[in-house]
Write a protein that binds this ligand. Sequence first.
Ligand code: ADP
Ligand code: ZN
Ligand code: ZN
Length: 731
Amino acid sequence: MPLFVEVALPVPMRQNFSYQVPEHITISPQKGMRVQVPFGRQQLIGLITATSDSCSLTPKQIKPIVAILDTEPLLPDSLYKLTAWAARYYFCSLGQMLSQAIPVALRKGAEVKASTVSYWTLTEAGKEADINQLNRAPAQRKLLHSLRERDLELGEIASLELSKAAVKSLDEKGWIEKKSRTLDIDLSWRNELEMTEEPHRLNPEQAIAVATLTQQQGYHCTLLEGVTGSGKTEVYLALLETVLKQGKQALVLVPEIGLTPQTINRFRRRFNVKVAVIHSGLTDNQRLDAWRQAKSGEAAIIIGTRSALFTPMLYPGVIILDEEHDSSFKQQEGVGYHARDLAVMRGHLEQIPVLLGTATPSLETLQNALNGRYQHLHLGKRAGAAEKVRQGIVDIRNQPLRSGMSHALLNEMRIHLDAGNQVILFLNRRGFAPALICHECGHLHECDRCDAFFTVHQALGEIRCHHCSNQYAIPKQCHSCGSTMLAGQGVGTEQLASFLEKEFPNHPVVRIDRDTTRNKGSLEGHLNAIHKGEYKILVGTQMLAKGHHFPDVTLVGLLDVDGALFSADFRAPERFGQLYTQVSGRAGRATKPGTVLLQTHQSDNAMLRELMHKGYGEFARNQLFERTQALLPPAWHMILIRAEAHHAIDADNLLNQIGALLPQDEECEVIGPMPAPLDRKAGKYRRQLLFQTKNRNRLQLEFERALPQIEQLPLAKKCRWSIDRDPQDLL
Ligand code: ADP
Ligand code: ZN
Ligand code: ZN
């Protein structure tokens, strides 16, 4: 039995830690098991990365482990390899990466064993009791009656609307008791797949795609580029049918906002199999249950958002990423991994195909498809009988606007509403007005902790900073001159919605943005009401753009396009192209022709014209060419190092010192330090440094070489700083 173990711990130090295995522990330690260990004054749970019979530390330096928590490795070997690869690629510790990959409940020490289920059952006394004794306690009577028919799982008490108080009373009477049983793992789907819905008859393009995909053996990565509504999901379902029939599982990743019951139901309706759903709204235990079902092979389909990428599968068959361009696949806080890139790596390691689907491929994926690294499949036609959309630009130079709306757009709205259709208006600014301005002195009210204006939220009576949690009642007087002539500057979704309510009193308005969908289930509620036609005018931020199907929407208006055309972020045009194309796809999906209108001061903008006339495909290829010319990703490779400090000079100095440790030549570039686009946030100054290389490997090697020296810098211990590889947002 090995005497020593190396352990990866969820701490930022990029190293593993050595411990001794005391004699009283009888489980033989193996790579991948969880262990509880002393660390400083606390105890942590980590994973064994290696075992050995010797150790270079002196007996005094080495501490014993507290316990081994598993009897076998927690994850399949492929997922260890994936996390190890990712930790190296994203320059974080293995322990930090593993924390991303393992459900919270397991990190806290929960058991891995097959799930048990607790249920209420009758005792002997309960079976014999006279139910008429309960005539005056109807809730207890109802419960006893139900339990005489069958045992009830704890969750069923609530879903059958039985009273918890009644449970307590009967328990106290000694008539019922709580028991638990282990669930048997049901793998019957692997022997006989039951289809519960007749698939559509595939059109020729879909049929070619499915034929190509089902022939793939081992690792392949494929881009399925199909216009909105062209039937990509139908292709996924047809592929799943083949994969499931082979007794293999499928992992389906969708954007955060795309994981609605409608999406999940489409998968549930087709096959009679267990679908495990994994997203950030689950409790730790629900998440663990879904994880167990995937790991045991019981769940044939695992569908989830970004972090579901790490879900183990006993019979891995395929990984599908829907809307692969979506930015929610990149984690922004902490370890900034990209689920799309890791999905491709996982496909490699597990030797299974990976399918990336979208109407608007990211330039990264497009490049890989164009240079032949990925297979490239197309769906060019809309699946149903939908007609092509009509597109138009409204030049708003010198035009009077009412709450951001031009005459032309209002008139067009009227036509569509009178015809009984729905209209969507996009405005990427929530709140009532993006700034509060003094009419007398022109003072703009700025957050005292950030380099940003307060947004006015009229309904809440507050001004709020969207970059920190700062909020105040709307001031009555100007902070600069004391005038009471304060007005909102610019238009946000809240103002637009309230203007439209007055303008179109007979057509109900709904607003969809982060403010109106904060509560759990509220987005779902709004979407359902839209589908039922309870709302005619839909006002929203880009939340509304993603993957929702609204067959009665015939007009889509984009109110403020100019911001996207002139952003400091080199990805802004790509994002705008995606947003524009996605929202255009919302119009006229069914049999009704759609119209898209775009308001801008830049009606001659070449990029805009290209996008509208030639479509996303050509637009994106030109963007890719421009990125290559400008030595930007995906042609070159990039790391963004962020630093923040109470004194700007500290952040600047740190980044200067880091920059000095990195090479500069024809193939390596250091840019900065420079202020972050949001220069000050929550009272701290924010600076950033870019390190770019022509060659991906060189970036890895150079940064790995510099990192130990960077960590030794005294300022590195004083300031908060972070590394973002392949940054998606330069903010
Ligand atoms: P996407 O995922 O590309 O947006 P979907 O798969 O959701 O497209 O298809 C759009 C609509 O067309 C859906 O209502 C779907 O049921 C329907 N559809 C897809 N493929 C077919 C087909 N081959 N025949 C008829 N209808 C189809
Ligand atoms: Zn702020
Ligand atoms: Zn003033």
